[in-house]
Write a protein that binds this ligand. Structure first.
Ligand code: HEM
Ligand code: HEM
Length: 227
């Protein structure tokens, strides 16, 4: 009689650390709030929410170099050949076993972070039409330049809307077509793998240190880069 085929036991293991998840859901809330506060003319709240985005983006960039394995850029950012190879496997309906961002998703992570940086920098120099409201660096440029920054600020927000729509569409594609729920792990931090991916996680004190640095930077930005 043939030996029964060994079924590999799935293991549940931690994938995303707390700071990465907090940054993610923090960005979701703050971007929605920034949008609403700008549209309803609450510019003081808009600026505060913008500084919080500065803090989260700076934290995430530093965390991408010193943080946990699955958050590190060096772990998930790959060259064009790996992106193309991954792209060809997309029609395959089986869930992928990549422990973290896949090579294509990595591009979207970088693009979102880069556009968020453009969004906050243009906001810092932007002035409104009557020149009463502006970012904390708008006094360093003349009115016409401040208005140009405001136009770029609006344009870059359109770009963010497009990227976020694509991002959510990709997450739904994985959920429906590939039967791969990526949302659960971004909430709980844990996911099932065929075998333990052996990821490493950064200590809490390091997250705290980076959070203090990022917070101090955002505060300095809010003061118009003046002490
Ligand atoms: C303003 C809206 C959003 C922004 C700016 C955003 C941004 C990002 C970024 C930067 C990452 C990379 C995470 C990291 O490594 O730090 C990410 C991952 C992720 N996001 Fe979002 N996100 C948004 C909305 C959403 C929504 C609404 C959902 C749920 C439907 C979602 C689900 C996910 C998931 C599941 C991942 C992990 C993807 C993977 O497994 O590779 N995001 N998002
Ligand atoms: C995620 C971060 C941000 C988002 C999503 C965002 C989004 C927006 C949007 C949608 C508008 C309205 C554009 C329009 O229709 O005219 C706006 C206006 C504005 N934002 Fe932001 N913003 C962000 C960060 C910031 C920051 C950090 C500052 C500066 C501290 C800032 C300063 C301004 C100013 C001064 C205006 C008014 C410009 C005008 O009246 O044309 N924003 N922002």
């Amino acid at each position: 009689m043939a030996e029964p085929r060994a079924v590999e036991a799935a293991v549940r293991a931690k994938l995303w650390d707390g700071p990465t998840r907090l940054v993610h859901w923090g960005l979701v809330v703050l971007i929605a709030f920034s949008w609403w506060s700008a549209e309803t003319g609450r510019l003081t709240w808009h600026r505060w929410s913008g500084y919080a985005v500065v803090g989260l983006v700076v934290f995430r960039i530093i965390w991408g170099f010193v943080g946990s394995g699955s958050a590190r850029f060096s772990r998930f950012v790959r060259g064009p050949a790996a992106v193309a190879a991954y792209f060809r496997t997309l029609p395959n309906r089986s869930p992928t076993d990549v422990p973290g961002h896949n090579p294509l998703g990595a591009l979207s992570v970088l693009a979102i972070l880069a556009l968020l940086a453009v969004q906050v920098v243009t906001g810092l120099f932007a002035v409104d039409l009557d020149g009463f409201e502006g970012g904390p660096l708008s006094d360093r440029v003349d009115f016409d330049t401040g208005r140009r920054f405001a136009a770029w600020h609006e344009l870059s927000f359109t770009g963010i809307q497009v990227l976020v729509a694509l991002h959510v569409a990709a997450v739904i594609f994985y959920l429906v077509y590939k039967r791969n729920n990526l949302i659960g792990p971004m909430i709980s931090g844990r996911r099932s793998f065929a075998r333990d991916p052996g990821l490493t996680f950064a200590p809490a004190w390091l997250a705290l240190l980076v959070a203090v640095l990022a917070g101090a930077f955002a505060w300095w930005v809010s003061k118009g880069l003046r002490f």
